[in-house]
Design a protein around this ligand. Structure first.
Ligand code: SF4
Length: 583
């Protein structure tokens, strides 16, 4: 029977609990949000003893379902004060699933200083996972690029979850880090400060050795295989997701030129929708730059086991040695267009430092842009931005200001153009120019978050039909995307499967059949909305009890007052539209 593994940091006790019947059909975000809803006091301090950190692989994670090695990390967010789910693709996800653990719940509060690590192995004799506690002080205060190889030297082929300096210092912008397939500390459940929750509990790392683990049982192999094949066929044939297609060739940064053309690429702290140097930092420039430096074409790789889309890239230095993985759209944009920095070498270094210290690139890039607007440095000054990143890593007073997020930095610097919703910085789509994603930012349970409902697919890319980017009447579109996303985030599939399954209905059917094959359910496509709605209903209930109501489902004032070039548009979606999304 599937288990919940509880790690209590008050006294470092471990409990392996049978999965409650109420959670039997949940996975990923559905499960993290259910546990947080059921067990965390919404009024608690996010860094106090009543908060919990929940890590859950998706429903089909650990099986041969394509592109499904994702997990969700949940808790009360130190950044937004509301519920949080952050998602990552990593070998840690199938490793956890293969042990029969549907979620790890980190709870309690340490009674003394010091860092700990939980080492989880499979005990063949008992048929259960074992947990050993080990001191981890020797890894604290250090660059994760130094520490990860030492963990692999010590423990062999393992999977790792952990925090960097940012989580240790309890920054509101700190992520939970996981290894990529090459063992880099490069895959983050980055958004919302959940690294600080892990850090507040004195837990530095969780290390999983899956050797001998039984794997994920299938309730109906035939149904599962049918679904797996349908989804695989869809992913392998769609122009965006197929081998040597858009994502495999240019990565997510293929969007830089597209959004720039649409006038929706936030530039210099959301003061324009178009960046004059966009082509220099676009996915095409990553591809051509690598080709020039390596002397051959380099297609992208999988961030996690079993991904057949393979959108994750590696950027190389002029001498052909590796610089960083991964320069993806949001991260390049955050330090590139949004900071007026037009060099991939500079964005690459800034992204590498985020990985080294353990912060989210979107929040950090927006913070840096606010610092530029506040006069701490000039727009385009990459050298100073890199120096400031080291302040973040050292935990100096200036670094702590920057490490605690965009809203905090803006307050301390007296900046009024603050692109946040519910305290979380906006991603790489200008809401004034693309109204549907703006509605998503405003009403998402997570704060400003494009992955809560990626309406960019129809608004900009024409996936599942094209809608006008400036049309304001998109409450239903935003709602439907959020419910569908609540479901996909629960399956363990990467959200990028959406490009294919929105256009190819059999692919979407395949996802539902995979779930049926694992869980023994007989869901149809008609159940997707209901399952996603259940996830959102729990998250909304938590937020309401935490004091986050409809008054917080709003865009920052400057977006209503300032016209955004080049289309000279303001945020003009009526509040009544926002309030109608979840009525
Ligand atoms: S599509 Fe990209 S982000 Fe998603 S799992 Fe595959 S490599 Fe990772």
């Amino acid at each position: 029977m599937a288990k919940l593994l509880r790690l209590n940091m008050t006294d470092r006790t471990v409990a392996l609990q049978d999965l409650p019947e109420a959670y039997r059909l949940l996975g990923g975000r559905g499960l993290t949000s259910a546990v947080v809803h059921d067990e965390v006091d919404p009024q608690c301090h996010a860094l106090g003893p009543s908060n919990k950190l929940v890590i859950a692989p998706g429903m089909v994670t650990g099986t041969s379902a394509p592109t499904s090695s994702r997990l969700s990390v949940g808790g009360k967010s130190p950044l937004t004060g509301g519920i949080k789910e952050a998602n990552a693709g990593t070998g840690f996800a199938p490793a956890l699933a293969s042990l029969g653990i549907r979620a790890i719940v980190v709870e309690g509060y340490p009674q003394s200083a010091g860092w700990w690590m939980a080492h989880i192995t499979w005990n063949a004799a008992s048929g259960k996972p074992d947990v050993t506690w080990l001191p981890a002080d020797e890894y604290a205060g250090r660059d994760l690029y130094e520490v990860f190889p030492q963990l692999f030297d010590r423990f062999g082929k393992v999977s790792v979850a952990g925090v960097g300096v940012a989580g240790e210092l309890r920054y509101s912008n700190s992520g939970v880090v996981f290894e990529d397939q090459e063992g880099r500390p490069a895959r983050y459940a980055g958004r919302g400060g959940l690294g600080a929750v892990m850090g507040s509990k004195g837990l530095k790392f969780i290390v999983i050795d899956r050797k001998g683990a039984p794997g994920v049982p299938l309730a109906n192999k035939e149904v599962f295989e049918l679904g797996r094949k349908k989804l695989t066929d869809a992913l392998m044939s769609h122009a965006i997701t197929k081998p040597k297609g858009a994502l495999n060739s240019y990565g997510t940064a293929v969007l830089i030129n597209i959004l720039n053309e649409a006038g929706g690429l936030p530039t210099r702290n959301f003061s324009s929708g178009r960046y004059e140097n966009a082509a220099q930092i676009a996915g095409e420039a990553v591809f051509e730059g690598n080709k020039e430096r390596l002397g051959k074409e380099l297609y992208n790789h999988a961030c996690s086991p079993g991904c057949i889309i393979r959108c994750s890239n590696t950027w190389h230095k002029p001498d052909g040695t590796e610089h960083v993985s991964c320069q993806e759209y949001e991260s390049i944009w955050a330090f590139g267009a949004n900071c007026g920095i037009g060099s991939l070498d500079d964005t690459g270094e800034l992204i590498r430092l985020c990985n080294a210290y353990g912060v989210d690139t979107i929040e950090m890039g927006c913070t840096m842009a606010v610092a530029m607007e506040g006069g701490l440095l000039q727009f385009g000054d990459a050298k100073r931005a890199i120096e400031l990143m080291h302040e973040v890593g050292k935990g100096t007073p200036l670094g702590r200001m920057l490490g605690n997020g965009t809203a905090t930095a803006a307050r301390l610097l007296g900046v009024r153009r603050v692109p946040v919703v519910k305290g979380q910085a906006m991603p790489a789509y200008e809401p004034r120019a693309v109204k549907g994603i703006g509605i998503t930012y405003a009403i998402a349970t997570m704060g400003a978050d494009h992955t809560s409902g990626y309406t960019i697919a129809p608004e900009i890319l024409g996936v599942s039909g094209k809608v006008d980017q400036f049309d304001r009447d998109k409450a239903a579109l935003a709602r439907n995307f959020q419910y569908a996303t609540g479901f996909i985030d629960s399956t363990g599939h990467c959200l990028f499967i959406a490009f294919a399954i929105l256009d190819i209905a059999s692919g979407f059917e395949g996802v539902v059949e995979e779930c049926n094959g694992v869980l023994g359910t007989s869901w149809t496509m008609a159940d997707v909305g209901r399952i996603g709605k259940d996830v959102l209903d729990r998250e909304l209930a938590f937020n309401r009890a935490a004091g986050i109501g409809k008054a917080q489902d709003r865009m920052p004032e400057f977006m209503r007052l300032e016209k955004l070039p080049p289309h000279n548009v303001t945020w003009d979606v009526p509040d009544s539209t926002l309030d109608a999304v979840f009525e």
